[in-house]
Write a protein that binds this ligand. Sequence first.
Ligand code: GLU
Length: 302
Amino acid sequence: MVFRHRLEDMSSAGRFAPSPSGELHVGNLRTAMLAWLFARSTGRRFLLRVEDLDRARAGAEAKQLSDLEAIGVSWDGAVVRQTDRGPLYTEAISRLAAAGLTYECFCTRREIQEAPSAPHAPQGAYPGTCRNLPTAELESRRSERPAAVRLRSAVTEWAVEDTLHGVFTGVVDDFVLRRNDGVTAYNLAVVVDDAEQGIDQVVRGDDLLPSTPRQAYLAFLLNMPVPEYAHVPLVVNADGARLAKRDGAVTLADLASAGVPADAVRRTILDSLGLPGASLDSALSEFDPAALPRQPWIWPGM
Ligand code: GLU
């Protein structure tokens, strides 16, 4: 498979890429609305990709898509699912392997936790236990358990540019590309998908900012374009913790049962962004990334 976009795919695009692990809450919906506003206000297409490699729950995808529609987030073309794209990920990992940029790792989570960290290694970085296993040991380890595939990184950090955060430099370690259960790792899939789909603008929650240097470095190694990034503030509860299901009525379904229609939720979210609430289209003309609130939004409840 070749990483060239067909002619009709050449125009630039933004995207929302939910994991179908449960219902979207108002924080996820706010991020989706922001991604839509960023894309549409810059004349981009807006794509929807379901990140179902892991943690997919039956019925969650359909619910997420209908909630996005209810809130006014529309997308172009067909929904793309990561589980349909295995060959693209395999091809990318093969290219890295052919360039000597991968190695097999047999470590358990526990072994990694208990390993002494390498000198000067940043906190939380993989300690490199399996980086240079002798061939004989590789063979015996292979017979014990399946290997994960890690990136043989030549750097320990990498810088990205973010529309809201400016230059952000973060850790790059020998992160996992394919888990030992065969599932493609998120960091690999997201890079391959964004490039292959012609996505050149990534708007998502700022909890993902720390992973972004890894992804940009991987794009660099794969000779893929690095998208423009905007990591937007999360929605938090009254204690400042990331919003979760236990925080009461935080999904459209919960809110609807409490008598709050989707239109009112959209209005409240747009209001939190300083934008007119009549519709997403009406918010578009006033949307200005420079004027966006930079602090987490405390969900006021409805
Ligand atoms: N699927 C990820 C999530 O729902 C988002 C990944 C991304 O936007 O890059 O947290």
